[in-house]
Every structure is written in C-alpha cells, then in structure tokens.
Design a protein around this ligand. Structure first.
Ligand SMILES: Cc1cc2nc3c(=O)[nH]c(=O)nc-3n(C[C@H](O)[C@H](O)[C@H](O)COP(=O)(O)OP(=O)(O)OC[C@H]3O[C@@H](n4cnc5c(N)ncnc54)[C@H](O)[C@@H]3O)c2cc1C
Length: 498
C-alpha cells in the first residue's frame, strides 16, 4: 500500500482505482462511510475557496481544487489517526475550514486528501474568570460569537467573512476583523493551540503565551496556512459584551491629515475599536453606499467601546478633538452607527464583485514612517499596472491600526477582463506583481491579514529573501520532512519527498 500511494502521487498525482479504494477504506474505518468522499463526489462537494483565482478556474472547467479524496473527521483523535496514516503513506493533505479564504490557500491543487475540519465544532471550556475560551478549530466564527453571547461574552475577532470562516481558518490565515484596532488581529486573541503534527502527534502548547519556557510555539502555527500542522483547538481571549459604544464620523481635507490624526490617536494610548479612513474614491464609492449618504473627499469612521461609559465618552471625545486638530470636520455621528449596522454590505450582493470581472484586494502593512509612501506607491502602481483599456477601478481604505503603524486595503476591480482564462489570470498576476513591488519598495509587508495562498506564494521569496525562505523551509522540513501538508503553499517546495 505504501509504495502504491507513493508511486501514484509521484507519477501523476492521480491514484489508481485500487490505491484509491485502499485509502478510502482506511479513511472510512477512521471517520465512518458517511464522512468520506472520493473523486468527482469530493470535488463537487468542495469547489474551492472564495478567491477570484479559484472561482475563475472553476468557471472555465479547470478547477484548482482537485482532491482525490475528502474526509470530515469530528474529533482530534480522528485527525491524529488520519495524519498517522497520511504520513506513513505520504498522502498529501490540505486542511479546509470554512473555505472563505481569498488567496487560494485551501485548494488541494496538487490532489491528495482534503480534510474538512468543520466537524470539530465544540466549545470545550469557557473560563469566565479569566475571560478565555477553548474552542475547536472547525467552529464557525459567527456561531462562536452567538454561543458566547448567551453568557454575555463576545469574540472580538469579527471579520467580514464571519458567517463562513472557521476559528482554525482565521488562525491559519492570520486573519483580522473590524474591531482589530482595539483587540488586535487573531494572533492577539490566541493564547494557546492544540495542534496535530504531520506525523499524527497531538501537541498541547502552554496554556498562556506570556511565559519563559522557551519560544512561544503556539504563534508558529498562527499564519502557517496548514503547512506545519493542523490546529484542532485554540484557547482564545474573549470579552464581556461592551456596555457603551460611541461613534464619530469625520471629514478630512486630505488623506495625509486623516493618517496624521490616526497616528496621534494610536501613539498616545487611545484604543478605539474601529478607525476606518477612506480615500476619496472609497468614500464616494463604498462609504457613501454603506451610510446611505452621498459623501465626498476623505472620510473617517471611529468607534469606541468598553465597559465604562464615562471612559468611552472621554476616549471618544478625545479622538474627535485630535481629528479636529488635524483639520477634521465632524459629520453626523449617526453615520458611524449606520456604518456599523451595514459594515458587511460591500462584501455581499449586490455590491460584491462577480465574473466576468477580475477582482482582488491587496492589503499591505507598514509602520507610520512608511504608511503614506505605501499608500502612494501601491495606489499609483496599481493604477498603472495594466493597459488603461481594461479600465481598472481602485478604492482604498486604512482599517487596521496599530500603535506603530497601519494597513492599507486596496480593492481592485477590472470590470471586464479577457475572456480567455490564461490571459485573464496573466492580467490578474500582473496587477498583483505591481502591488507587491510597490509595497516592498515603500518598506511595507505584502500582506496584512489575508495570508499567502496561491496568489502571493510566488512573491514569498521577495518578501523574505533567500535566508528567510531557508528559515521557513527549515521549520517546514523539521516538522514535515516528507512535505505532505499543503504541498507548495507559503511558497515552499511543492514536491512530496519520498
Ligand atoms: C467576503 C469576504 C470577506 C472577508 N473578510 C475578511 C476579513 O474581514 N478579515 C479576514 O481576516 N479575512 C477575511 N476574508 C478572508 C477569509 O474569510 C479569512 O482568511 C478566514 O480567516 C479564512 O477562514 P476559513 O475557515 O474560511 O479558512 P479556509 O479558507 O478554509 O482556509 C484558509 C487556510 O487555512 C488552512 N486551514 C484551515 N483550517 C485549518 C486548521 N484548523 N489548521 C491548519 N490549517 C487550517 C487552509 O488549509 C488554508 O490554507 C474574507 C473573505 C471573504 C470571501
């Protein structure tokens, strides 16, 4: 059996019917017949993630997600057994959470087994004293928050994809949510992970991240996109539901003035939950739709929340004063509330893009010293990245702010790209490459919270350099010497070594 699987994968990445039957029967033994699918059944059940690359390839009948098999375990023991089996047979495994990624990371593009983790969806423990919760990886983010709500708690990782994304997917993609400016990105929510290693060993890492027992290994798996191990559960921070919330909406004379205000807010110890600064195009074409008003120029929405109304009022009015001191003009605060109520609108029909458009987001991050240069460099590079005949559209906002910097989020659209798939993909890649070059030239990092996937994998070496890639490859080779987990992802070596 072992050599059959090796040979099948190496030769054609397609299993012979006998090998497929043999692997299937082992998976059935582990998870039950009703949780294993093979061939076309597996591919129809799991069409791939939500990246444009995945969607356009599937539309043209050349799907990127091509698992020979899919299995849906429901316990960590089953995941461990599957990985023991996969490691002994050199079976490629791609973990799948909610499939809402936008980079093509969850695609089993080299075949093998797709491991649907959404069956691991229990809350194991809520610690109301410490405000922590141990939750399994497959639990949906929105469902998790709803469960916490029953005891007055909330999960402050709130991505626009909460209704699809899983906890494990958020951790693996190093995601972020709309409240990140106060509560941090997912890495700031994770205290500890339970992980199944490629050889099937189950590791429980130290329960809290502030310790002196060597490096903080839980964080090694945050952002690892499934290449180092399978995160089966995590202990995460939760919060009490806020008792007070205040909104502000501000118009600025320029983007630079808005950035200066955001920088002063973040570097003087204030922590609004939301600062969203829209450039003129994004104000006119996105924010105006969200707040149901026709706005012009550069606009910002600020939201402050917390347990103590007096502190919230003070923090909110202090943020407003800082904005005014940078030339900001207060708009009706009700716009902030409207923004909150409709904050996911641009990711949903009728505003979300569809084929035949080409669409993507380029989210890059830098310190404050480089942020204006990053915005200028990336937006100019994107605008010039393709022949004007394609009519590229661009709307950019800054939505995740840190005490040292911020991210820019450029939404790119090409209203009608080439009909030919290869030409359309080449155009897409040309746009991505232009943004990556401009980001690196400006001193930025090429992604803030969407991860690498297939879209940015070719640019990982430009980001990390050869020594950095050796470091990453060394970690990968140490944990997964055969390269069975997510082969080819994170820009690492794609061949399964036998
Ligand atoms: C409309 C829309 C809006 C979005 N908004 C946001 C946003 O606001 N913020 C944000 O951060 N992202 C956003 N995203 C992107 C996406 O939803 C996130 O990256 C999300 O965290 C992915 O979670 P998932 O469960 O769907 O992961 P998947 O897409 O299933 O997987 C993502 C990666 O993680 C790996 N993986 C999944 N589960 C595990 C696990 N348990 N262990 C190890 N590896 C695993 C997969 O192999 C893959 O590499 C958005 C996407 C869409 C379509």
């Amino acid at each position: 059996m072992v050599s059959q699987v090796h040979d099948a994968y190496r030769r054609s990445q397609t299993f012979s019917p006998e090998t497929l039957a043999s692997i299937t029967s082992e998976l059935v033994r582990i998870v039950g017949a009703d949780r294993v699918w093979s061939g076309q059944q597996a591919q129809q059940r799991y069409p791939g993630d939500k990246s444009w690359l995945t969607i356009v390839h599937a539309h043209h009948g050349r799907p990127l997600n091509q698992p020979e098999l899919a299995a849906a375990p429901t316990t960590v023991e089953q995941v461990a057994k599957i990985m023991q089996f996969a490691s002994s047979t050199k079976l490629a495994v791609t973990p799948l959470g909610g499939g809402s990624g936008v980079q093509g990371a969850a695609n089993a593009n080299l075949g093998g087994l797709l491991l649907d983790l959404t069956g691991l969806n229990r809350i194991r423990e809520v610690d109301e004293q410490s405000l922590t919760c141990t939750v399994e990886c497959g639990m949906n983010v929105m469902a998790f928050d709803a469960e916490l709500g029953k005891c007055g708690l909330t999960f402050t990782h709130d991505p626009a994809s909460a209704e699809w994304a899983s906890i494990g997917g958020a951790i693996a993609a190093r995601g972020s949510g709309v409240l990140s400016t106060r509560y941090g990105n997912i890495q700031d929510h994770v205290l500890s992970v339970e992980v199944v290693l490629p050889d099937g060993q189950v590791v429980q890492l130290p329960a809290v991240p502030r310790h002196g027992v060597g490096p903080e290994l839980s964080q090694l798996f945050v952002g690892s996109e499934g290449v180092l191990g399978i995160v089966t559960a995590a202990r995460v921070k939760v919060q009490r539901q806020p008792k007070a919330r205040r909104f502000s909406a501000i118009q600025f004379p320029s983007l630079a003035a808005g950035i200066a205000a955001g920088q002063e807010i973040m570097t003087t110890g204030l922590r609004p939950a939301v600062i969203r600064l829209y450039d003129a195009k994004a104000t006119a074409l996105s924010l105006s739709k969200i707040v149901r008003s026709s706005l012009e120029g550069v606009a910002m929405v600020v939201m402050v929340e917390g347990q103590h109304a007096a502190l919230v009022d003070l923090e909110s009015s202090t943020c407003e004063q800082i904005c005014i001191s940078h030339g900001g003009k207060l708009l009706d605060a009700q716009m902030g509330q409207l923004w909150w109520d409709n904050r996911y609108d641009m990711s949903r029909p009728p505003h979300s893009p569809e084929l035949p458009q080409i669409w993507m987001t380029m989210d890059a991050v830098s310190d404050f010293r480089s942020i204006q240069g990053l915005y200028d460099g990336v937006t100019q590079a994107l605008a010039k990245s393709i022949d004007p005949k394609w009519g590229l559209t661009l709307k950019t906002h800054l939505s995740h702010w840190y005490e040292w910097g911020a991210m820019i989020y450029a939404r790119v659209g090409v209203p009608r790209g080439p009909d030919n798939l290869d030409e359309a993909v080449a155009l897409h890649d040309q746009i991505v490459a232009a943004a990556v070059r401009a980001t690196l030239a400006a001193g930025g990092v090429i992604n803030d919270h969407h991860g690498v996937g297939m879209r940015l994998a070719p640019h990982m070496a430009a980001q990390f350099g050869s020594a950095g890639m050796s470091l990453l490859q060394g970690v990968k080779s140490g944990l997964d010497p055969a390269g069975i987990l997510c082969p080819g992802k994170l820009g690492l070596n794609s061949s399964i070594s036998i």
